[in-house]
Design a protein around this ligand. Structure first.
Ligand code: AMP
Ligand code: ZN
Length: 111
């Protein structure tokens, strides 16, 4: 998708502070961090949101979770993995991304 911000980051056309990369997955620091660690994990190919995932995306999803777990594993005290779907949930970029957040105590439920 040419007009998608995260497709452009995945293609290297827009710079990002990359933390980890595999063949299918990219992880980079959130530009507006809401926690001491706030990394976004995305599939390199365009998927609009978690609502668009299909059974054939199982391997991709496992790779995303593996990358998220590698990042979260280095955070002392625990970490949160969040994906927002749709405007009411606060999704602002319509390319699937998982927020890996940690490094401070967090409340539940989120606002
Ligand atoms: P969401 O609101 O769940 O769709 O999350 C989108 C996230 O993308 C927000 O936390 C933004 O701060 C982050 N973001 C937006 N633009 C960029 C960018 N160019 N590089 C890194 N993170 C970004
Ligand atoms: Zn995209």
């Amino acid at each position: 998708m040419t007009d998608c911000l995260f497709c452009s980051i995945a293609a290297g056309a827009i710079p990002a502070d990359v933390v980890l990369e595999t063949e299918e997955v990219l992880a980079f620091n959130d530009i507006n961090p809401a926690a001491p660690t706030h990394v976004l994990v995305i599939p390199k190919r365009h998927v609009a949101s978690a609502a668009e995932l299909a059974p054939e995306d199982a391997t991709l999803l496992a790779s995303i979770f593996e990358v998220a777990s590698r990042i979260g594993g280095s955070i002392e005290g625990g970490w949160r993995l969040v994906t927002n779907v749709g405007p009411d949930a606060g999704q602002s970029v319509f390319h699937l991304h998982f927020h890996v957040m940690g490094g401070r105590p967090m409340s539940w439920p989120p606002g």
